[in-house]
Ligand binder design. Sequence first.
Ligand code: PLP
Length: 372
Amino acid sequence: MVDLVSQYSKIKGEIDNAIMNVIAEASFINGPAVKTFQKSFEEYLNVKHVIPCANGTDALQVALMALDLKPDDEIITTSFTFIATVEVIGLLKLTPVLVDVHPDTFNIDPEAVERAITAKTKAIIPVHLFGQSADIHAIIKIAQKHNLYIIEDTAQAIGADFTCPETGKTKKIGTFGHIGCTSFFPSKNLGAFGDGGAIFTNNDDLAEKMKMIVNHGMTVRYYHDEIGVNSRLDSIQAAILDIKLEYLDDYTKARQEAAAYYNNAFADHPKITTPVTGASTTHVFHQYTLVLNDVDREGLMQHLADKGIASAIYYPVPLHLQKAYLDPRYKEGDFPITERLSKSVISLPIHTELTPEIQKEITDAVLEFVDK
Ligand SMILES: *Cc1c(COP(=O)(O)O)cnc(C)c1O
């Protein structure tokens, strides 16, 4: 689905140098490279505080830990996302409240969010799925009305912009809510060479608290004011990310061009719906996801695999039907759009190293099967 080897080979000199510097200094934990990357990322996002951490799942967990929530407080999120989003809610003994998504953008439906609010609701976690912003403007309105926190899960959409339809002001997504979270898992749009994550906020108090939580709940060494965790971005990853951040906008452009090629090849096909970009957001195409209409999906995947072409299903089982998350509050049929999408979506390879030649092979193979 991605080609990280070719991507690395183009910046090998710079990356190898940065890694060797960290090794030469033996500054593996909280070294200068972490601080440098933190500053670069704050500048890139135009946000006051970035708190690097060990991975995107920790970022979400630490964000929730910072909000002083009580067991059984309700957190509203989408039924169509990667498991990490609800996993951390469950781990903290909070109650995940799921809502369905918009059929075109696959992102959380703000009207459904508002319907799901109860006296116990404390926060909303919109996930900017596949590379574009959820309708964050509508979600902010709802959160303000009901006095709720917003934690944005930006693991799949780092670098995407959202333009406020009221003020016309454009900002990076992940900087609209109280807290934004992202992941540097290698296949994410800004990928490390291992695990990594970050939390961002413009709120000084939340930033202080989260800095403490990621570091065993301490600010002064061996004095622990909060129950924390050990969640660090290591210096080698930070040094790599600081270099890759310079290329992020080029990487985004390459992904957008690849998406445009696919869109064109599948345009107006009766059995294929190409990705729809929502109003006010850019799309950074973490995934390129088609909705199939009356196509044997398994057969198509096998046909592609036979030609050496990767494809994947994000996500085959909606959260409320996952074994570990079965809940008497929910049953099959409760989230019809999510359930339909989980049966009909397919994602094609999308990354920074695609060429029109490779893409032609992929689109020819898809069309050969779908049209047969
Ligand atoms: C990848 C991802 C995460 C978790 O990130 P990790 O770094 O793998 O822990 C969280 N949410 C979403 C939507 C993701 O895609």
